[in-house]
Design a protein around this ligand. Structure first.
Ligand SMILES: Cc1ncc(COP(=O)(O)O)c(C=O)c1O
Length: 380
């Protein structure tokens, strides 16, 4: 019989909580996706390209027009220069790029530093590559990387370090000083970096995103990963891109071409059209999501939860210490069934969960849903 290569992995919590929310008709603030439609022009472009016959395989690295649009956006919004031919790869979701980058870099016994809590796809990808994940915790409530502790975790076998800012699940945002510290560290130890920047446009209260691509020492050793799903509210289109120097991109593409080969053609056409027509669309996102964050947080003012407004991403953590001493996974299911609001327990993002009582709520939801959810949470 087959011996599982991932014995500890079951169906992800996101799938389970969404199913539970549906079964109990709870308001679903668990999974990270918007419940409102993406821009009309984007959807219309997809329909048009499908009808006009753009339905066969795209070039393996992505449609040239889309890669060109990505390069223009990186120049315009981040001041970063990239060669669309050799440094940008369009992928079927950021998750695929992360998997391909890890598979391309990690050999048996190589160590990969992951900062806990972290997105759930990193660890299994390292294990499938026969690498060893080394989890270094970040501390509540700020969830800032502890660079001293990270440096102590580096050994002769360390190959790669994965960062994620703005951060899922905590909403924390890395400062410029954090990126400088990272740059010093990885340069000193000769490490590669995956920088997961899928929430790059969702930063609040005037904060600015610092991309790893903007730091010379990181740029030359980094796979930076982005998701159109998050930026354009089309998570179901599962399309993103990876920016890396030519030599790293060549290795990423060797894996990508045998994992998925390409991303979906009419989706790429539609994204290229939309990005060319509305190049600054993403710059308006922060204000509209900040308004949602504020609406949700203000409506929770009378509740027994405590919170720090999220600095970035579309997730808000709520601390239930004043309400219960129960395990977050137990409470999450209980409150989905009994209070009618589904969330995600933060402990699932840890290898060794610390004694904290936090739930993650996605506020990429219609105002009315956020207000109804908050009203129910106030009754707990
Ligand atoms: C931190 C992080 N990285 C990557 C992804 C995956 O993005 P995609 O849907 O483009 O694969 C997500 C989605 O929730 C995420 O939160």
């Amino acid at each position: 019989m087959l011996q599982s290569k991932l014995p500890d992995v079951g169906t992800t919590i996101f799938t389970r909580m969404s199913a539970l929310a549906q079964a109990h008709q709870a308001l679903n603030l668990s999974q990270g996706f918007p419940d409102f439609p993406p821009p009309h022009a984007l959807r219309a472009a997809l329909a048009r390209h499908a009808m006009e016959g753009h339905n066969q395989y795209a070039p393996m690295a992505g449609l040239p027009a889309l890669r060109e649009a990505i390069a223009v956006q990186l120049g315009r919004h981040r001041g970063v220069h990239c060669d669309p031919e050799t440094e940008i790869t369009v992928v079927p979701g950021a998750t695929e790029a992360i998997y391909c980058a890890i598979t391309a870099c990690v050999r048996r016994g190589d160590e990969v530093i992951l900062l806990d809590p972290c997105y759930d796809s990193y660890r299994p990808a390292v294990i499938l590559a026969e690498g060893t994940p080394v989890h270094v915790p970040m501390k509540a409530p700020a969830f800032a990387p502890d660079w001293e502790r990270i440096e102590q975790a580096i050994s002769a076998r360390t190959r790669l370090l994965v960062i994620n800012s703005p951060h899922n699940p905590t909403g924390a945002v890395m400062s410029r000083e954090d990126l400088l510290q990272l740059e010093r560290l990885v340069t000193r130890h000769g490490l590669l970096v995956i920088s997961d920047e899928v929430y790059e446009y969702l930063l609040y209260d005037g904060r600015r995103h610092h991309s790893a691509l903007q730091f010379a020492g990181l740029r030359e050793r980094c796979f930076a990963v982005f998701s159109f799903g998050k930026t354009f509210g089309v998570t179901g289109w599962k399309t993103g891109y990876c920016v890396a120097p030519a030599a790293l991109t060549a290795e990423l593409r060797k894996v990508h071409q045998f994992v998925c080969f390409v991303a979906v053609t009419p989706v790429q056409q539609a994204l290229a059209d939309f990005m060319t027509g509305e190049p600054d669309y993403p710059l308006a996102l922060a204000a509209s999501y900040q308004r949602k964050r504020d609406l949700f947080c203000a409506a929770l003012a009378g509740s027994r939860f405590s919170l720090q407004p999220s600095a970035g991403s579309y997730f808000q953590l709520l601390d239930y210490t004043a309400i219960s001493a129960s395990d977050d996974t137990v409470l999450c299911e209980q409150w989905t069934r009994e209070a009618g609001v589904a969330s995600i327990p933060v402990s699932v993002f840890y290898q060794q969960p610390p004694p904290q009582r936090l739930l993650r709520f996605c506020f990429a939801k219609q105002d009315e849903q956020l207000l109804r959810a908050a009203e129910r949470l106030c009754r707990i």
